[in-house]
Design a protein around this ligand. Structure first.
Ligand SMILES: NC(=O)C1=CN([C@@H]2O[C@H](COP(=O)(O)OP(=O)(O)OC[C@H]3O[C@@H](n4cnc5c(N)ncnc54)[C@H](OP(=O)(O)O)[C@@H]3O)[C@@H](O)[C@H]2O)C=CC1
Ligand SMILES: C[C@H]1O[C@H](OP(=O)(O)OP(=O)(O)OC[C@H]2O[C@@H](n3cnc4c(=O)[nH]c(N)nc43)[C@H](O)[C@@H]2O)[C@@H](O)[C@@H](O)C1=O
Length: 308
């Protein structure tokens, strides 16, 4: 990617898009094209086609999507399927029509079968049944991967797909119901601490295992892969380490300095028992994460406090 290249970051106000934006600025890219969802609704096919026709971006990071935690995914099942399919269909097709040189599509670790062997290798895609709570979102993401590959096969487009593990960081979503676990726990322990609440409720059994990557590390990996990866099929992005939700809870509780009790709410879903990424392919290409979980949680908490 030449420093003068015109680069469209779809979803630049989100956690991932804003991290990619910061990374590209830091690397000296000045010609960055961005639009909020009110300026350009990516669900609108004609608006997306017109935008690509007029702006003709050379590179695209597709980090716009309908995103949320386990309960949001399970509650707004139709919206997660429809909106994500619409956004990615319109952006990927218009990128082909307007002659984009390279596009990166962001998927998610939930594309893998619920009971796949661990760690999750890229070739486990479509080898089993998906986790129910996020099946619509996962189906949309799988369609995005297959769309990138099909446009490469039929039209020779250099469209790549990356699969990040669970993410957290600056500009995360801290909504009490719709967020992912890590930002949800930061909010819960922060509020419990300032209100002297005796206990905090944790969803599910605490036994599921999750892997967490700081969003700025993800942006670094995306930039690296945009320069060093030109293959079909997907590539995982993660740390290669995971922990139980219970251990994550204790870690966040300690970092935030909350001293009350934990109560596990079995009426809430556990979701996938484990989804640890196999990052051999990424490591072999020469990229590794830098921010470890305790440091990243402290950074995310500072960001949360500065906005709340
Ligand atoms: N968060 C996580 O743990 C993980 C995320 N990912 C993937 O990373 C990508 C980014 O996620 P993340 O940054 O967390 O999500 P966020 O919710 O933080 O940001 C999503 C962005 O998408 C934009 N967007 C949503 N709908 C539309 C629309 N109809 N038209 C235009 N823009 C739209 C929003 O724009 P605006 O602000 O202008 O409204 C927003 O900035 C997604 O593809 C997601 O699937 C993958 C694995 C884990
Ligand atoms: C990134 C990935 O994220 C989603 O999958 P998920 O990993 O299951 O999502 P999650 O972060 O919301 O939960 C992880 C675990 O944590 C437990 N948990 C405890 N207490 C809270 C809590 O307070 N909030 C939340 N959200 N979860 C909690 C929760 O019960 C679950 O066992 C996908 O839908 C999809 O979006 C996707 O791709």
């Amino acid at each position: 990617m030449e420093k003068s290249a015109k680069i469209y970051i779809a979803g630049h106000r989100g956690m991932v898009g804003s991290a990619i934006y910061r990374k590209l600025k830091k690397e000296g890219y000045e010609n960055l094209l961005v639009k909020t969802s009110s300026e350009l609704d990516l669900r609108n096919q004609q608006a997306v086609a017109d935008f690509f026709d007029q702006e003709k971006p050379e590179y695209v990071f597709l980090a716009a999507a309908k995103v949320g935690g386990i309960v949001a995914n399970n509650t707004y099942r139709a919206d997660f399927l429809y909106e994500n399919l619409a956004i990615q269909n319109h952006v990927i097709h218009s990128a082909y029509v307007s002659g984009v040189k390279k596009l990166m599509f962001l998927g998610s670790s939930c594309i893998y079968p619920k009971m796949a062997p661990q760690p999750l290798k890229e070739d486990y895609l479509l080898t089993g049944t998906l986790e129910h709570t996020n099946e619509p979102y996962a189906i949309a993401k799988i369609a995005g991967i297959k769309m990138c590959d099909a446009y490469r096969d039929q039209y020779g487009c250099n469209f790549i797909s990356v699969m990040p593990t669970n993410l957290y960081g600056y500009n995360d979503n801290y909504h009490p119901q719709n967020s992912h676990v890590l930002p949800a726990l930061i909010r819960k322990f922060h509020e419990a601490k300032i209100n002297n609440a005796p206990r905090v409720e944790i969803w599910g059994s605490g036994s599921p295992m999750r892997e967490f990557l700081f969003a700025d590390d993800l942006a670094d990996a995306c930039y690296y892969l945009m320069q060093n990866y030109d293959e079909p099929n997907l590539i995982n992005i993660g740390t290669g380490h995971d922990l139980t939700i219970k251990d994550l809870t204790v870690l966040i509780k300690d970092i935030l300095g909350y001293e009350g009790e934990l109560v596990f709410d079995a009426s809430k879903p556990d979701g996938t028992p484990r989804k640890l990424m196999d990052v051999t392919k990424l490591h072999n290409l020469g990229w590794r994460h830098k921010v470890e979980l305790p440091e990243g949680i402290a950074l995310a908490y500072e960001d949360f406090k500065s906005k709340n």
